[in-house]
Design a protein around this ligand. Structure first.
Ligand SMILES: [Cu+2]
Length: 146
């Protein structure tokens, strides 16, 4: 029993060190591409893990670095990649949603601060069941390999 408790504590510490965690939902690997200062819009990619058995929904996102934030998906439409605005992202129980270029992303519209290399900023994600989760986003030069 003592060993189990130690293992659980270790997991909790690990979860905090790799990302934000609240209840059944954890957020990790949040990144955004560095952009020239004239860029009006940017995008954030991250991973949402739902460790619970019930479906949760990402309902919205707030940040100080953009005037407006939207949830987008990307789809092929007559040979062109087009972004579509979604009202929510669904994360079924015991599964995860990995956002990546060409797929689901968090669109930052009307940047009020340039996304320069090495900059860090915060997002607040609102989940239907999981409530508010704040996560740190790192601005990187190229998409991380995973
Ligand atoms: Cu978009």
């Amino acid at each position: 029993m003592r060993k189990l408790k130690n293992t659980l504590t270790g997991c909790a510490v690990l979860a905090f060190s790799i990302g934000a965690y609240a209840g059944d939902i954890s957020i990790s690997s949040a990144w955004s591409l560095a952009l020239p200062p004239v860029s009006g819009n940017g995008a954030v990619y991250l991973v949402i893990d739902n460790h619970g058995s019930e479906t949760d929904m990402l309902m919205g996102v707030q940040t100080d670095v953009a005037q407006k934030v939207e949830l987008h998906t990307t789809a092929h439409d007559h040979g062109q990649m087009k972004m579509h605005h979604q009202h929510s992202f669904e994360i079924p129980g015991n599964s995860s949603l990995t956002m990546r270029p060409g797929g689901h992303h968090i669109m930052l519209m009307g940047l009020v601060e340039p996304l320069t290399l090495g900059k860090k900023f915060y997002l607040t994600l609102n989940f239907m069941n999981g409530g508010e989760i704040k996560t740190k986003v790192e601005v990187v030069e190229s998409p991380p390999v995973n």
